[in-house]
Design a protein around this ligand. Structure first.
Ligand SMILES: C[S@@+](CC[C@H](N)C(=O)[O-])C[C@H]1O[C@@H](n2cnc3c(N)ncnc32)[C@H](O)[C@@H]1O
Length: 299
């Protein structure tokens, strides 16, 4: 992973909905294999619903137990949903939906919603369809597709969510454009992402160059991290106004020891290396874990 600011250039070709898009997600290959072969292993139990960092409300006293991780992952979902202004009766699209954990959470807490999970990876969607069953008058669908070429009509949704997945998309700019298109005016876009502290770019560049050996492609990140402040420009350029931008790094830090243990127990040494690298970037204040929300403005 390198600290580059922009990840898409004007004039780049946009894919059409239905175009096959290549993706490389080494960690999902590993998680899917473990879920298949050892569904009761700690790693499988930790990641079968949510595949994202935890929100630990008391980070100083948090332990690295599996139970603590599962609770914190659900708390993170709750936090992102609140920033997305979700409520009953809305049409909600969860882009990069993993195994459907966020859709499951919404389905359990809201009623009368149209809930759509989209993922590039059909293998994850197959698991989501098996585990999430619509309740409380909700309609639940899981759709295969690319975040940068959403297979939906204009203004079809009230809320678009992208929980800890935007760094995988081929272009954040194209995703923002697509999110604006499928949202009604006044609707909400919420994303969670690792953002580089603009004050520390030079220091971070030196550090990453000096620690090049500590990197690993386990997480298959496609788009380099944005520097703080860039999201505001990205939003303005795509007819969004900023609602909130919350730095929750401190509350995510206990994720690292727990996740490294789980990966280590599962024999995923490359995963331990990649997670330790991210932990260091966060501990040194280079990476901030942020939840950002935006309102769709009229064109
Ligand atoms: C860290 S996981 C997060 C999963 C889920 N949002 C959660 O919180 O549990 C990243 C997700 O992004 C998905 N993804 C990666 N590239 C994508 C793309 N171009 N379009 C849609 N989904 C994508 C992956 O398949 C994976 O499910």
């Amino acid at each position: 992973m390198t600290p580059i600011v922009a990840n898409s250039q004007p004039g780049e070709a946009a894919p059409a909905p239905g175009d096959p898009v290549a993706f490389e997600l080494p960690y999902f290959d590993a998680i899917l294999a473990r879920l298949e072969l050892s569904p009761e292993s700690p790693l499988s139990r930790a990641l079968q619903r949510h595949v994202h960092w935890g929100f630990f409300s008391s980070p100083d006293t948090a332990d690295d137990s599996l139970a603590g991780y599962v609770v914190a992952a659900e708390a993170m979902t709750e936090r992102v949903c609140a920033a997305g202004r979700v409520r009953s009766g809305l049409r909600i699209l969860d882009v990069g939906c993993g195994f459907g954990g966020t859709i499951a959470h919404l389905n359990e807490h809201l009623s009368g919603c149209k809930l759509v999970g989209l993922n590039i990876d059909e293998r994850q969607l197959a698991r989501a369809r098996q585990s999430v069953h619509a309740g409380s008058g909700n309609a639940v669908t899981f759709v295969q597709g690319d975040a940068c070429a959403l297979p939906f009509g204009d203004g079809e949704f009230d809320v678009v969510m992208a929980v800890e997945c935007i760094f995988h998309f081929p272009s954040r700019r194209r995703f923002f454009k697509e999110a604006r298109r499928v949202l009604r005016t006044g609707g909400t876009l919420v994303v969670s992402d690792f953002v580089v502290d603009s004050e520390k770019v030079d220091e971070m560049t030196d550090w990453t160059e000096a620690h090049a050996d500590a990197q690993s492609n386990f997480y298959g990140v496609k788009s380099a991290a944005l520097v703080s402040g860039t999201y505001a420009r990205l939003a303005r350029g795509n007819h969004f106004s900023e609602l909130a931008d919350e730095d929750i790094t401190a509350a995510t830090m206990p994720t690292y020891p727990g996740l490294k243990n789980l990966l280590s127990d599962a024999g995923l040494t490359d995963g331990v290396k990649a997670t330790a690298y991210l932990e260091e970037l966060s501990r040194m204040g280079f990476f901030q874990y942020r939840i950002l929300s935006f309102e769709a403005e009229g064109a």
